[in-house]
Design a protein. Structure first.
Lengths: 135, 653, 172
């Protein structure tokens, strides 16, 4: 069907067919009472990808699974776990796909080094524009 | 009949484009071979302009007919049946014509044709051979897209038997944003194609100099203004529509619109250097090619199905292949032409590293780096997936990789206008920069002391925004404001707009407060300085939807009470639930409220945000566009005055 | 010479994009836990007559099928016959119901048959997240020592059954 598909939000916004109709997990849509912990949780949630959406973080999605993932993150932060450890736990289960912050590995090294390479290359390229300074 | 007429108009336009290309090619070849500019050659060349004008008009007719078919809800046209519905409000029937792949492609081609026609009508200063080469390049581009439309994406295809009613327009698109955002963006993309055509024309005619730059500049400025407006509007639309308070997601389709903008920004700075100082020739031509390449790559990414995105059109890979072929043809051809010809163009003037040209080279460089980072970040997951590795690249990468470079660029933006052309002294520059540096220091300390724990990037962002704001008005100091040229005002306002926008982005990032809560009626909730109370939930109805509406009262200290009505809307065709946020804009920020689900225990989910100074983001964007417009008008007026003066002299001579 | 660099870069990019376009990426998110030990979990019973589920049940030496499903999931109803076939072939099937209610489950089992030894009640997708599952239905073949052998995403079709049985036999 060729129509503009903004279907992530359609899927996320509780369509009638693929939904349990049960209320979301307790911490899916409620903040932690400790603001510092909530800030840590929020900072982590915006970097985790919703697995059933089309390109959204779990912080920005209405999908049920995203809600469950938010609840998981908040519970663990409340229990004192470090955000990095939670992310690693999820990456161990879903691969690098689940994190929007690609870890620095051999495979992603070109990605992270790119800005420096580009700057270096650009400086070299631009040198020809300048006039030679005399003495 | 209307649809067939539209299709016929499209075929005629395509045929004319082919003629335009053929005649331009023949004519230019003869002129360059130093044959007489009379007789057959003159006839060939003389025909190109009118053909370009009629081609544009015919494409516009085709678009008008498509819109007519949508407005009439003619369900025998496949596109209407798939994307529209008779009960849709008129505005969305109209705008829905381009809210799909085929219709938006036709809009693209229409604007392309009209722009070509405008070049043919208004361009009088360029040497004939360059102009004809430009119109020929324009026809070549148009031809590729006409072929795409006619053979692979026919907007006027019929469906038999015609359904009783259509499948409706996606409710997320039923918003005034749809009427505004795509056309402005497309005018931007297409305007860049005109700049590309100029660059190709100049390369073919070996005429890369100030005259060519002066001819190209209004088109670059015009396209850039529309791109700025389109991106700003898109960002605001996403912000209030998607319901989570974000305004930029580094989504691949957003990046696809940002990359041409970055290239166009670099181009518009380069083209002024070329026009006034005859420098940066290779940069200017290259950037024109890159800008158009980016807009084509963007088109390709969005329509080929290669991307996963909230924004992507649902398409099949066969379309992707076609656009890929067009990409190879145009960009590969232009880059090959560049490599072959740019060496024979006489080198422009050179300059010292510490000079305004030097700052502009730094500007080009940094913008290109950001462009490269965004391009690599957007393509990386696709490339990795092709090799079997699944990974995601999102805001954390882009913020960390492009953010610092952007801040460096802000520094260059502050210093640039304060530098002299050709050669300047670094020490004198530092003295001139004293006020901006002081502003930076003061704001940095103030935020550190009063802000209460702000991350590094937003902190630098706010301080640099202050410095840039001071630096952008610096060129006005000590001058008679009434005698400052309009295009200088343009530069001041545009740079100020960037500073304002940056301040908004940093403030939103640093100071947003959120409250997510399951609220009961009558229970007050705090968010930022506001106390929000849920007064009740009531059903309500609209033209093609029904909704549950929450009545919220918000109050700040002892101020007046603000009423907010966020809704949860239910559409029937197609069946969807969307949430409409309710936003209250006050002087120092926005209160953003969203209604979620009820939990069956008398409570309902509420999402509340207090976003200080967030409106500055889009206000800044609007300022940037206004600055561009001032620049454009200023340049056009100056050129007209100059032409009149030389005209007078000729008359006297 | 460096003037030809932009064209070279463009061609390189094009090749990469073309490769990606013609080798369409599988958008399914697979679990990264395949080959690893099944993580510990315990979920209570959903229905009165059926026991709940704990991960220790998977380390008793006999390979089993772990089926993640729900009564509100349409493809789960479609795979019910295949699960009954597997049960008849002697495969122990343990179920974990995601966000389900006893009444709805009761109706679901009455319609499609009950192949499950146990059905765990997972109201917060905890088991799903723990084993790297991202939707329903998904089935995991667990070896006798608790290692995850294979993940089948989506409903089990009739032509998938022989492969599952073969893998099961190979692991014994």
């Amino acid at each position: 069907m060729r129509r503009v598909v903004l279907s992530a939000l359609l899927l996320a916004a509780t369509p009638a067919f693929a939904n349990s109709n049960l209320p979301p997990a307790p911490l899916a849509n409620t903040q932690l009472s400790n603001p510092a912990q909530e800030a840590k949780a929020q900072a982590l949630m915006v970097t985790l990808r919703c697995l059933v959406c089309q390109g959204q973080s779990i912080a920005d999605s209405d999908a049920e699974m995203a809600g469950d993932m938010r609840a998981l993150v908040r519970e663990r932060i409340r229990a004192g776990e470090q955000p990095a450890a939670i992310r690693d736990w999820l990456v161990a289960r879903y691969g690098d796909y689940v994190t929007y912050d690609p870890p620095f590995r051999l495979l992603t090294a070109p990605l992270w080094i790119a800005p420096l390479v580009l700057i270096g290359f650009g400086v070299w390229f631009a040198r020809g524009s300048f006039r030679r300074r005399r003495g | 009949m209307t649809a067939e007429a539209g299709l016929a108009a499209l075929w005629f336009a395509a045929t004319l484009a082919a003629m335009q290309l053929a005649l331009a090619a023949l004519g230019v070849r003869r002129l360059l071979a130093a044959q007489e500019g009379r007789g057959l050659t003159a006839d060939l060349l003389g025909a190109v302009r009118p053909i370009a004008i009629v081609q544009g008009a015919l494409a516009a007719v085709a678009m008008a007919l498509l819109i007519a078919v949508f407005v009439r809800s003619d369900m025998s046209v496949l596109l209407v049946a798939e994307n529209s519905h008779s009960e849709k409000p008129l505005l969305y029937k109209f705008a829905g014509a381009w809210g799909n792949h085929e219709g938006s492609m036709l809009l693209w081609v229409t604007i392309l044709g009209l722009a070509g026609g405008a070049v043919a009508i208004f361009e009088r200063t360029l040497p004939r051979v360059t102009l004809i080469a430009t119109l020929g390049a324009q026809a070549a581009i148009a031809l590729g897209f006409y072929a795409f439309l006619l053979f692979v994406s026919n907007p006027f295809a019929r469906i038999d038997p015609a359904p009783l009613d259509g499948q409706g327009l996606n409710p997320l698109l039923q918003d005034p944003g749809l009427a505004f955002h795509p056309p402005t963006l497309y005018i931007g993309y297409v305007g860049i194609s005109v700049a590309f055509s100029f660059a190709v024309g100049a390369l073919i005619a070996r005429d890369v100099g100030p005259a060519f730059a002066r001819a190209m500049r209004p088109w670059v400025l015009g396209a850039w203004i529309f791109l700025t407006l389109g991106i700003t509007a898109g960002s605001y639309w996403a912000y209030y529509e998607l319901g989570w308070g974000g305004w930029w997601f580094w989504d691949p389709v957003e990046n696809a619109s940002l990359m041409p903008w970055l290239a166009a920004t670099a181009l518009l700075h380069s083209v002024t250097v070329l026009a006034t100082r005859d420098g940066l020739r290779a940069w200017t031509v290259m950037l024109a090619v890159v800008a158009f390449s980016m807009s084509m790559i963007g088109t390709f990414l969005v329509r080929s199905g290669i991307l996963t995105s909230v924004h992507a059109f649902a398409v099949d890979p066969s379309r992707g292949t076609f656009i890929l072929a067009l990409l190879v043809l145009y960009i590969g051809g232009a880059l090959a032409l560049f490599a072959a010809r740019i060496g024979t163009v006489r080198a422009g003037n050179t300059f010292d590293p510490v000079s305004r040209e030097g700052a502009l080279v730094a500007n080009n460089l940094l913008l290109s780096v950001i462009l490269g980072v965004v391009l690599i970040g957007t393509l990386y997951p696709i490339v990795a997936a092709g090799f079997g590795v699944q990974l995601s690249v999102g805001p954390p990468f882009f913020d960390k990789a492009a953010g610092p470079v952007a801040l460096l660029l802000v520094v260059a933006m502050a210093a640039g206008p304060l530098l002299r052309w050709r050669r300047d002294d670094a020490r004198v520059l530092v003295v001139r920069m004293a006020p901006p540096i002081a502003a930076f220091g003061v704001v940095l300390v103030a935020v550190l002391l009063l802000g209460g724990g702000v991350a590094l990037l937003p902190l630098l962002g706010i301080a640099l925004a202050a410095a840039l704001a001071v630096a952008s008005v610096a060129p006005l100091w000590g001058r008679n404001l009434l005698r400052v040229p309009l295009f200088t005002w343009g530069m001041v306002v545009a740079h100020l707009g960037i500073a304002v926008s940056l301040a908004g982005m940093a403030s939103e990032s640093a100071f947003t407060r959120a409250t997510l809560v399951a609220a009961r009626v009558g229970e007050p909730q705090r968010v930022g300085p506001y106390t929000v109370t849920l007064d009740g939930i009531a059903p309500t109805i609209g033209p093609n939807w029904s909704a549950l509406e929450a009545h919220l009262s918000a109050r700040r200290g002892s101020g007046t009470v603000i009423q907010l009505r966020p809704q949860s809307r239910f559409f029937t065709s197609p069946v969807t639930v969307t949430s409409e946020s309710a936003i209250a804009t006050v002087l120092d920020g926005q209160l953003y409220t969203v209604l979620g689900q009820a939990d069956g225990q008398g409570r309902v989910q509420l999402r509340l945000w207090w976003k200080p100074f967030v409106t500055l983001i889009w206000l800044g964007g609007a300022l940037v566009a206004i600055g561009g417009a001032l620049s454009l008008i200023g340049r056009l007026r100056r050129e007209r005055r100059a032409r009149r003066r030389t005209g007078d002299e000729e008359a006297w001579a | 010479m460096r003037l030809w660099l932009p064209l070279a870069v463009f061609v390189a990019m094009l090749v990469i994009i073309a490769v990606a376009l013609y080798r369409p990426a599988d958008r399914t998110v697979y679990s990264a836990m395949v080959g690893k030990r099944l993580p510990d979990f315990t979920v209570p019973a959903l229905l009165p007559g059926k026991p709940g589920l704990a991960s220790v049940a998977f380390a008793d030496g006999k390979p089993k099928l772990l089926n993640i499903f729900a009564s509100w999931c349409v493809p789960c109803a479609a795979e019910a016959p295949q699960l009954m076939t597997l049960k008849a072939a002697g495969v122990p099937i343990e179920g974990v119901a995601i966000r389900d209610t006893p009444e709805a489950m009761h109706d679901f089992l009455a319609r499609g048959g009950d192949p499950y030894v146990a059905i765990g009640d997972d109201k917060t997708s905890a088991v799903q997240l723990a084993i790297g599952s991202s939707g329903v239905p998904e089935s995991f073949l667990i070896a006798g020592d608790g290692t995850i052998l294979l993940q089948h995403v989506g409903d089990i079709r009739s032509d998938d059954v022989p492969a599952i049985l073969a893998k099961l036999k190979a692991s014994k």
